[in-house]
Design a protein around this ligand. Structure first.
Ligand code: 5GP
Ligand code: ZN
Length: 115
């Protein structure tokens, strides 16, 4: 998708603070971090949300989870972190290119959702 902001970041057309890149995925720091460690990992191929994911996306989606711990530790989240994928209106997804948030830092994060 030529006008997708995260596709442009993955192609280097919009600058970002890169964390990691390989043939399937691209990781970069969130522009508006909510914790000392907050970066995003995306499939390089455009897919709007988890609703559109299918078997062909498994290599990228699997790579994202398989790399999360290593990259989180390298970024300083050495005692735990949280992974989030927001999907659609109810999930309050803002950017419609699948992205895994990796959020952590020295302090314990707030509870996940209010009951
Ligand atoms: P969502 O709410 O869709 O799960 O999260 C989108 C995330 O993308 C937000 O945390 C937001 O700060 C981040 N973001 C939006 N635009 C940009 C950008 O141009 N560059 C970077 N690095 N992050 C962005
Ligand atoms: Zn995209």
């Amino acid at each position: 998708m030529s006008d997708c902001i995260f596709c442009k970041i993955a192609r280097g057309e919009i600058p970002s603070k890169k964390v990691y890149e390989d043939e399937h995925v691209f990781a970069f720091h969130d522009i508006n971090p909510i914790a000392p460690v907050h970066f995003l990992m995306i499939p390089k191929a455009h897919v709007p949300s988890l609703y559109e994911c299918e078997a062909g996306h498994e290599p990228a989606l699997g790579r994202m989870l398989a790399l999360a711990g290593r990259l989180a530790r390298e970024q300083g989240a050495t005692d735990g972190f949280r992974t989030i994928i927001n999907t659609g209106r109810v999930g309050r997804q803002e950017v419609y290119h699948v992205h895994l948030h990796i959020i952590g830092g020295p302090d314990v994060l707030p509870g996940m959702l209010k009951r």
